[in-house]
Design a protein around this ligand. Structure first.
Ligand SMILES: O=C(O)Cc1cc(O)ccc1O
Ligand SMILES: [Fe+2]
Length: 455
């Protein structure tokens, strides 16, 4: 790709082999990366030289408290054309009516229930990453930095001379249709269905539509950052491997144009106007960054003899809550895999869970719900609400031949949180809610054959 094809004239660090810069990602999870889009822009051996090459300003972006333990401490040193204080002006509040934050409990909306939605339909309306965000559920409290929100985005239009950052949250983006480009302060991420991206709290970016219309899911994490789960006895490999996470190389633009910066802060939206692009970091080093991950590289580990393990076996990323083993959010992936368990009911079991499960279908058929949970659709099984396979899945699972079967062409995910999820007005009244979802268990009949005297 030539520099001309880059968004709005961005200049990006060349990749090491000097070929297509858009191979421009660095592998690894939580690495201490370094990257420069101009030779010699990155100071060596110190963070704050008296004068930075090219007349750049040095600035630190802290993603954790200064004193966070070493294994969790994240920060990035940025060398930029102007310091961030020049990328904001005076703020005014703006209304972004469909993007809600917790706490958002509505007297007329009943969140207690098993819910399922068809895909939110695409629209002719002009919608950007900001105006196209539709909050489905909120949990916890954005102000105390616990909990999350789940959203569906519809994007039909690129942001032009418009930038955004969330001071409230890290965003986990799960595209379902269409391709997006995240032109961020730290580099460019192109994203397509079956990939995910993590955009950290405080990072400024612009979202462009590469191939639309685009629809997808977002988990907005108010709490501690997503991390790789411990693998325990699984050992050093499988599940999500660190090298498959890709962090972009530095890219910047030196562009004077009236620009709007939108900031989400304590659940409210603010705008500010400046006269240049804020994407002006020429070089950076550190471990607080945006990254993407291809879900097709996830190596599932499962039951190879009998029974159905807990879905935590499919955790891609986990965001801790402070209570060990009880996540603020687990991001769980159900992808293609072989089902080989003997003398076992292979689909998910019936259960009640203290955690709240928001699921989305990226592609294909989900084994517990052969009908009705379609790609683009979502379902919510809230805290301690019973759920499980529908009748068809139960009948199939309890009669199928116990031969190895490939669960093929399938990809769903779950945002699982320890906090109850509250429905928004949009989820309850505007999104295509399936009123009859709970009927999918109605025809499960009593099969009990243990009446006294009959055996
Ligand atoms: O409810 C669901 O469909 C998600 C789920 C899947 C599984 O394999 C086990 C438990 C679980 O909650
Ligand atoms: Fe479940």
């Amino acid at each position: 790709m030539t520099i001309d094809a880059l968004p709005q004239g961005m200049i990006r660090a060349a990749s090491k082999n000097g070929t297509d810069a858009h191979e421009g990602y660095m592998p690894g999870f939580g690495n201490d990366f370094e990257t420069e889009a101009l030779p010699g822009a990155l100071p060596q051996g110190q963070n704050s030289p008296q004068k930075v090459n090219y007349g750049l300003y040095a600035e630190q972006l802290s993603g954790t408290a200064f004193t966070a333990p070493r294994g969790q401490n994240e920060r990035t040193w940025c060398y930029r054309i102007r310091p961030s204080v020049k990328h904001v002006g005076r703020f005014s509040k703006i209304d972004v009516p469909y993007w809600k934050s917790a706490p958002h409990v509505l007297p007329d909306v009943i969140s207690l229930g098993q819910y399922r939605w068809d895909p939110v339909p695409h629209t002719e309306e002009k919608l950007t990453w900001i105006t196209g965000m539709r909050t489905m559920t909120t949990a916890g409290d954005v102000n105390t930095q616990v909990g999350m929100a789940s959203h569906i985005y519809l994007v039909t239009e690129s942001m032009r001379d418009e930038y955004f950052y969330s001071a409230d949250s890290e965003l986990l983006v799960v595209p379902q249709e269409g391709r997006l480009r995240f032109a961020t302060e730290l580099g460019i991420i192109d994203l397509e269905p079956r990939e995910i991206a993590i955009i950290p709290r405080g990072l400024v970016y612009r979202v462009e539509l590469l191939d639309g219309p685009a629809r997808g899911f977002v988990c907005e994490n108010y709490g501690q950052k997503f991390d790789l789960p411990g693998r325990g006895p699984i050992g050093a490999n499988c599940l999500a491997n660190p090298r498959d996470f890709k962090c972009p190389v530095a890219a910047f633009e030196d562009r004077e144009a009236r620009s709007r910066v939108v900031i989400k802060w304590c659940g409210q939206f603010h705008e500010s106007y400046i006269d240049h692009s804020p994407l002006d970091i020429v070089a950076w080093h550190g471990n607080y960054c945006a990254y993407k991950y291809d879900l097709r590289t996830y190596s599932p580990v499962g039951a190879i003899l009998f029974d159905h393990p807990d879905p935590s076996i499919f955790t891609v990323l986990t965001a801790p809550s402070g209570q060990e083993g009880t996540a603020n959010i687990d991001f769980v992936l159900f992808r293609e895999r072989w089902m080989v368990a003997e003398h076992s009911f292979r689909p998910p079991w019936y259960h009640k869970n203290i955690m709240s499960e928001m699921m989305g279908n990226i592609a294909g058929i989900y084994d517990a719900k052969p009908e009705g949970f379609i790609p683009g659709g979502t379902s919510l099984h809230n805290m301690m609400l019973p759920h499980g396979p529908d009748r068809d899945a139960f009948e199939h699972g309890s009669t199928e031949k116990m031969a190895p079967v490939k669960q093929d062409n399938t990809m769903q995910f779950m945002f699982e949180t320890r906090f109850p999820q509250q429905l928004t007005e949009f989820a309850a009244n505007e999104a295509p809610l399936q009123d009859n979802y709970a009927d999918c268990w109605d025809s499960l009949e009593k099969k009990f054959d243990g009446a006294p005297g009959e055996k």
